[in-house]
Design a protein around this ligand. Structure first.
Ligand SMILES: *Cc1c(COP(=O)(O)O)cnc(C)c1O
Length: 508
């Protein structure tokens, strides 16, 4: 026991003057307004900038020095606010980022966010209401329920029978769902570890699942050697006709497949697995079907595109990243379970300081029991504000536009002689290669990767790359509606220029 009487009273006496100083110097409401207005001005200019730009790539050591130069060197007292320095810090952050609102941004899956959503994000930071416990984040807690019901309009589960939890990212959602799947099949795994399983628990998936699934399998103690690989068809979907054979072979090897992982929008090419067929198979084999819809399950909100997720109501769990195709700040992920009871199976918990013994109407809204995170950002608020004000139309229109743009870009590529397409775009991801007649097939010469690197250095367009059939391909992801077909054509021109220059350098 800590004895107050023995404590050094010097350290206990509070310096109230310091508190007053802090209040005046840093926590002052007007100072906050001043700083916030500075940010708003800069962001307004940033958002109004319609120029084509990718990334201003800076050598890390240079940026390190620049950032360090902005840090105070005296630590004895609190400085008055240096607005110039503050402004310089804000500018540095804005300028060094991938320009997600520009038509030159075609590289990653995080969105050019709807700026209005960020306003709520800002409020959430000031009022700091973590969302895992009702008492800490009351509105976020009820809003999660509201948004779950909104999405269920596109799924069709029975009210109150399903569950939705939010996580910070699709990776964490995948891990959480797979934990729930494992614990549903092996209830004693949590306490006894893998010996409780008796057999070798295995997970079936295709080569194109996101790497977070592999990590989850490692973390779960399943072991990557217990992965059953399901072959893909030419559209890079799980080849349904081969699944049963694979599962049979797994059984012969002493494996027990308790879960099939499918994708709704693969990261590489945006392919959608056939969920209805997989759900039938999962039911036959009595295994859990989890759908990683981080990228593409947002297509649910579109009447035109929802068919790609046909069968979603039959899957055990699926997730979607709202920070991708629902255009809110990262991270904001929604993880759905068909069976509410199973959502409580991912984690076991005993912590008297947060979990109540007796359930009441408040604790029923604590999402912490279903979620790994304890202190969690109330990221659902950003989605809610847009949904509450504009409904699904905002999202559906934007998604449909981006998917149509991908189709149009595919057509453009097909009409060229020097570009090769690799797949029909199923969503807003499109992979291709620049293959002019004069390119040679040197083994150590990764032409596509070099193009991508040079393109990034030029700073006008930002795209990504991906391995398809063990060869590098260029990859564009259309994440903001400012991108038009003409921008894609400009990108192709720049790729041609860069490619030809590279060929000159390396072939001479
Ligand atoms: C982006 C993505 C993930 C990872 O999600 P994070 O939100 O980045 O953690 C997982 N799966 C797929 C298919 C993705 O596209």
């Amino acid at each position: 026991m800590y004895n107050l009487n023995n404590a050094n009273t010097d350290t206990l006496s509070l310096n109230t003057e310091t508190a007053v100083n802090l209040e005046n110097a840093i926590f002052d409401a007007q100072l906050f307004t001043q700083a916030a207005q500075l940010a708003i001005k800069l962001l307004e200019t940033y958002l109004a900038d319609t120029s084509i730009r990718g990334l201003a790539l800076i050598e890390p050591q240079v940026l390190l020095a620049r950032a360090k130069a902005l840090m105070t060197k005296q630590h004895l007292y609190i400085n008055a606010l240096d607005t110039e320095k503050l402004s310089a810090m804000m500018v540095l952050l804005i300028k060094t980022g991938i320009q997600v609102h520009s038509s030159g941004y075609m590289g990653r899956q995080f969105s050019g966010v709807v700026p209005l959503a960020a306003v709520f994000d800002f409020i959430c930071s000031v009022v700091n209401q973590p969302a895992s416990f009702y008492e800490a984040g009351q509105l976020p807690s009820v809003v999660e329920r509201l948004m779950a019901d909104e999405f269920n309009r596109f799924i069709g589960w029975q009210n109150n029978q399903f569950a939705m939890v939010t996580t910070s990212g699709g990776s964490l959602a995948n891990l959480t769902a797979l934990l729930a799947a494992r614990n549903a099949k092996y209830p004693q795994f949590w306490s006894k570890g893998s010996v409780a399983a008796g057999m070798r628990p295995a997970i079936a998936l295709s080569e194109d699942v996101h790497y977070s699934i592999m990590r989850a399998i490692g973390i779960l103690g399943i072991g990557t050697e217990q992965i059953v690989r399901l072959p893909m068809n030419s559209a890079r979907q799980i080849e349904i006709s081969k699944v049963a054979t694979c599962l049979n072979e797994a059984v012969q090897q002493g494996l027990e497949v308790f879960c099939i992982v499918a994708s709704a929008g693969t990261t590489s090419v945006g392919a959608f697995d056939a969920l209805e067929d997989l759900a039938k198979i999962a039911a036959q084999w009595q295994c859990w079907l989890h759908v990683d819809g981080s990228h593409g399950a947002s297509l649910l909100v579109s009447d035109k595109l929802r068919y790609k997720l046909a069968g979603i109501e039959q899957v055990d769990s699926f997730c979607l990243d709202a920070h991708k195709l629902l255009f809110v700040p990262a991270p904001c992920t929604l993880l759905f379970y068909k069976d509410k009871a199973k959502s409580y199976g991912a984690f076991e918990q005993q912590a008297s300081y947060v979990f109540e013994q007796a359930e009441d109407s408040y604790t029923e809204f604590d999402s912490a029991k279903q979620n790994f995170e304890c202190t969690k950002r109330p990221s659902i608020m950003n989605l809610w504000v847009l949904w509450a004000l504009y409904g699904k139309a905002l999202f559906a229109d934007k998604i449909e536009y981006l998917c149509e743009l991908s189709q149009a870009a595919y057509q453009v590529l097909n009409k060229t002689e020097d570009f090769e397409t690799l797949h029909l775009p199923e969503s807003n991801i499109l992979c291709f290669r620049y293959c002019p007649a004069n390119v040679f097939a040197g083994s150590s010469f990764d032409f596509q990767a070099m193009i991508r690197k040079q393109l990034r250095a030029e700073g006008r367009f930002f795209i990504s790359k991906v391995e398809i059939d063990k060869r590098t391909a260029l990859r564009v992801v259309f994440m903001n509606h400012r991108i038009e077909l003409k921008h894609f054509c400009l990108l192709l021109d720049e790729i041609r220029q860069i490619g030809q220059a590279l060929l000159k350098t390396y072939q001479s």
